[in-house]
Design a protein around this ligand. Sequence first.
Ligand SMILES: NC(=O)c1ccc[n+]([C@@H]2O[C@H](COP(=O)([O-])OP(=O)(O)OC[C@H]3O[C@@H](n4cnc5c(N)ncnc54)[C@H](OP(=O)(O)O)[C@@H]3O)[C@@H](O)[C@H]2O)c1
Length: 255
Amino acid sequence: MAATDLEGTVALVTGASSGIGEATAKVLADAGAAVALVARRGERLEKLGGEIAAAGGTALPIEADVSERGQAEAAVARAVAELGRLDVLVNNAGVMLLGPIVEAPLEEWERMIDVNLLGLLYTTHAATPQLLEAAEKGPREVADVVNISSVAGRIARRGSGVYNATKHGVGAFSESLRQEVTRRHVRVALVEPGAVATELQSHNRPEVKEQIEKRFEDMEILRAEDIADAIAYVVTRPRHMAVNEVLVRPTQQEA
Ligand SMILES: NC(=O)c1ccc[n+]([C@@H]2O[C@H](COP(=O)([O-])OP(=O)(O)OC[C@H]3O[C@@H](n4cnc5c(N)ncnc54)[C@H](OP(=O)(O)O)[C@@H]3O)[C@@H](O)[C@H]2O)c1
């Protein structure tokens, strides 16, 4: 990827305060995009924004909870108002709260549906008109939506039912949106990581966390930068080429 591939464009990354979102924001900024950084932990966003600026890039930290419709809409509006346009939307914010369906705490299901599904839907709904306009008016004459799903969006497992449901939902929504906007040069991509070393599992109940750690203890898992790299590949293809789906597992991950 050349350092100028995204010159003159604006990207918005949700869940930019850690993990895959943070790594993606850095890579997109390195490629020349001005990047709106969206998440709830404002101080983390400010720090990342400082790092991007120190490396010569442009970043706009926006503290927002994407599961709140008004906040998701305001975040997109602010990015467009302050950075001037929107060419790339990376819907990455997510939570993974695992455990058996029987007697699961319903608040965990509600949180996953609110962030992984509704948050992604609100942000996409608010951003689509801007992306269509960017695809029409250049500089690249193409725009991108990248939705972060998971291996869990392709294969359901016991102990993962509602996370599976949200990520399968992201896949279905992405394909429907793709068909609606692709003739207008808005590309929609689904990125499906396997296990990545981030904070994602840390929000689980202790007994669940232990099981997740056990599953991957003898495996070299992915780094956030590996997925950021895949996202950068997707959004820097020529205008006529749309990478619609990318499944990236650690080499040793079987299922
Ligand atoms: N790590 C993996 O193994 C893996 C595998 C497959 C897919 N994924 C997917 O990758 C995405 C990123 O996860 P990660 O692994 O990088 O985990 P992470 O480090 O925990 O990052 C999750 C990000 O989502 C943000 N977020 C959570 N709730 C939010 C809300 N209501 N509003 C705005 N932002 C919110 C968090 O920021 P704040 O807390 O500051 O709001 C954080 O920046 C998720 O969609 C996850 O499902 C991860």
